[in-house]
Design a binder for this molecule. Structure first.
Ligand SMILES: N[C@@H](CCC(=O)N[C@@H](CS)C(=O)NCC(=O)O)C(=O)O
Length: 209
């Protein structure tokens, strides 16, 4: 399998973590989807990463779709439980964490535009979504180790990837200071081999007009 990913992408990191956790070998192709030389649109008409080639030109995209596919292969650990209520709880928290990342991505892109084109209102709007989403993850975790029914799953992977991405791209959101439970949780996630192998790194984004 070939995975098109980007070094800072929290969405691609979720998929990389899932593949590593499940012990599934893959070839990693690093792309910079915002830049003119990106290969992303050759695998995904939306020009986004992650995109996973699963054989004979068959490509899956959107991290949630890829994770659902990986789950059908029945490799442990199970990231989406079979029980419908637990499964939907995981998927809802994954959507929340991804939504925070979407908001941060939009602010990163906005600030990559020429200063005269940037909208402070737009940046503030996205910042509000990100901080509200982080507050909700802290509330949902409470004093527990894992988000859903005390077992590791995609909710934990998604929130772990989200928190590291916020620290990388929006360090002014000082979530560690505010939510000690998320700090403890993040440290535990980042100590897993799958997280240690996929630490996000910044990538230069060409100016967008
Ligand atoms: N919902 C998508 C989001 C993917 C996404 O937004 N990826 C960003 C990188 S973090 C991207 O490739 N953006 C390029 C673009 O929008 O042109 C998923 O979960 O895979």
């Amino acid at each position: 399998m070939k995975l098109l990913s980007a070094k800072p992408s929290p969405f691609a990191r979720k998929v990389r973590v899932a593949l590593i956790e499940k012990g599934m070998p893959f070839e990693s192709i690093i792309d910079a989807p915002w830049n003119a030389d990106s290969k992303a649109s050759s695998m995904n008409p939306l020009g986004k990463v992650p995109a996973l080639e699963i054989g004979k030109g068959e490509v899956l995209y959107d991290s949630k779709v890829i994770i659902e596919y990986l789950e059908t292969l029945d490799r442990d650990p199970e990231l989406l439980p079979k029980d419908p209520l637990a499964r939907e709880a995981h998927k809802k928290i994954e959507a929340l964490a991804d939504g925070v990342c979407d908001a941060i991505v939009l602010t990163v892109i906005e600030t990559a535009r020429e200063p005269a084109l940037q909208s402070a209102d737009w940046i503030a709007r996205q910042h509000g979504k990100a901080t509200a989403g982080i507050a909700e993850t802290a509330r949902l975790l409470g004093s527990r180790d894992w988000f859903v029914r005390d077992a590791f799953g995609i909710a934990d992977v998604a929130v772990g990837c989200m928190l590291a991405y916020v620290s990388l791209r929006a360090p002014h959101i000082e979530w560690r200071k505010r939510y000690s439970n998320l700090g403890t949780f993040s440290a535990r996630m980042e100590s897993r081999p799958s997280f240690r192998d996929t630490v996000p790194e910044p990538q230069q984004i060409d100016t967008i007009h």
